[in-house]
Design a protein around this ligand. Structure first.
Ligand code: EPZ
Length: 416
């Protein structure tokens, strides 16, 4: 199994271009199921999760032409509206095919996602919303069976803010009879990027980016060419790594307008940040100061940056409180960071991080995607060699991370 080997102690310096966003690309790829016309998606990141989504769509009968960072999808002939367990278990976001399939084909059989390292992560709000739109849903042998002659528009209040739940119901509502209103909807930039793509396909959507989204159903959607937005979590990860190594890094093609919460906290930690258009320049002249964060739905501090900020705080001056409010089990990286000499106490859903002068390299294990990013950051600052095992987690969400960090001066290599 591949590992990453990192020689710590290098200040990151230089320029790196931000790739397309995983969490926008996945729903946008699934949206191809809503139309019989070809869609061409560009700025698609080369990630294992994207490859899984493409494989899933092909399994349904979607014709796919894939290039380096662009994919053309043609869902004219979907033979089987079926998402099998063997694919869904590797990527929960497969659930994003449920809404489009039942909306366009009147039926879908999609495996329940199953367990996840970071939390229980039910999909009850996806099912509740589709049921409210008139779908008949049964759960049998681990599969969601959904049927509807034509979905009906209605008012849906989601009692928890859910990103993929909002995306699934928004896609389904595009072909429903009448108007759907999603209340307490997610405001994440990826939801907005999906809505923009759907509007370009002929959907009637307004309010995306706010917590009330209104969708007027239409009878059919058209083909589209859409470029996926840049990845704000990848951008945030590079900025946190630059700050932790007291480096000087410039991001190009960055989603500046989606990085407010992260940049504000990095400034609090002592980073100097200049951001304009799609360029962010960060420099950290001195040891970072401890910075406390509390995760929340957008525009709050993203849970997908929580682990990276714990890593930053392990070598900061002072003590930070990092509170996770979205997922109930998202501190798996803490035990691994302790192996590098970090001093962290867990009190309920808060990690109390006591900053240390230095960390020491060791062998650690990645447990989920963002946890692995935090181990990479800690490995970059630790003295000596850090070896990270199970990096398949990292490859799910970061494109060629070792070569791009290598361009910033990191001494990092993929080893067998
Ligand atoms: C999306 O997951 C992202 N994934 C996650 O990124 C991200 O952490 C999360 O949103 C929160 O920002 C994709 O977009 C593919 P949720 P999602 O539904 O949609 C509860 C990464 O690292 N909930 O917004 O699955 C749920 O348990 C990944 O890139 C229900 O109770 O997350 C959680 O506590 C990890 N019932 C909360 O809502 C439901 O039906 C938010 O989850 C749905 C969710």
């Amino acid at each position: 199994m591949q590992k990453l080997s990192i020689q710590g102690g290098t200040r990151l310096a230089g320029e790196v271009r931000v790739a397309g966003a995983k969490n926008a690309a996945l729903p946008i790829l699934a949206a191809c199921l809503l139309t019989a016309a070809p869609v061409r998606i560009s700025n698609v990141p080369q990630l294992n999760d994207v490859r899984t989504m493409v494989k899933l769509l092909q399994r349904m009968g979607v014709a796919v032409e894939a290039h380096a960072h662009a994919v053309t999808l043609d869902a004219r002939h979907v033979a089987e509206p079926f998402a099998p367990y063997d694919l869904v278990k590797t990527m929960r976001a497969s659930i994003l095919t449920l809404g489009p399939l039942v909306a366009r084909f009147g039926e879908a059989r999609v495996s329940l996602p199953g367990g996840c390292a970071i939390g229980e992560r039910p999909v009850d709000l996806h099912i509740k919303g589709l049921t409210a739109m008139g779908a008949e849903i049964a759960i049998e042998s681990g599969y969601i069976h959904a049927k509807a002659r034509r979905l009906e528009g209605t008012r849906i209040f989601m009692d928890t803010v859910t990103v993929t739940g909002t995306e699934n119901l928004m896609m389904a509502a595009c072909l429903a009879q009448g108007t759907t209103v999603l209340e307490n909807a997610a405001r994440e930039p990826e939801v907005i990027d999906l809505a923009r793509c759907l509007v370009a396909m002929g959907a009637k959507i307004r309010g995306h980016g706010s917590d009330v989204i209104t969708i007027e159903g239409v009878s059919a959607l058209f083909g589209v060419e859409h470029a996926v937005m840049p990845d704000r979590i990848e951008a945030g990860t590079f900025l946190a790594a630059a700050a932790a190594t007291r480096g000087e890094v410039t991001l190009t093609g960055a989603p500046v307008e989606s990085l407010d919460a992260v940049m504000e906290k990095l400034r609090e930690a002592g980073a100097r940040i200049e951001a304009a258009d799609s360029t962010v320049r960060l420099s950290m002249a001195a040891r970072p100061k401890a910075v406390s964060v509390r995760t929340a739905p957008h525009p709050g501090f993203p849970t997908d940056m929580q682990a990276q900020f714990i890593a930053l705080n392990t070598v900061a001056e002072g003590t930070a409180l990092v509170t996770e409010t979205i997922f109930e089990n998202r501190f798996m990286h803490v035990q691994e960071l302790r192996r590098l000499g970090a001093h962290i106490d867990i009190q309920g859903n808060t990690a109390v991080v006591h900053g240390m002068e230095a960390l020491a390299g060791a062998t650690v294990m990645a447990t989920d995607l963002r946890a692995s990013a935090s181990l990479v950051i800690a490995g970059l600052v630790a003295d000596g060699t850090t070896v990270i095992d199970r990096i398949y987690h990292l490859d799910r969400g970061y494109e060629h991370i070792e070569s791009r960090l290598g361009e910033l001066g990191a001494r990092i290599a993929r080893v067998a």
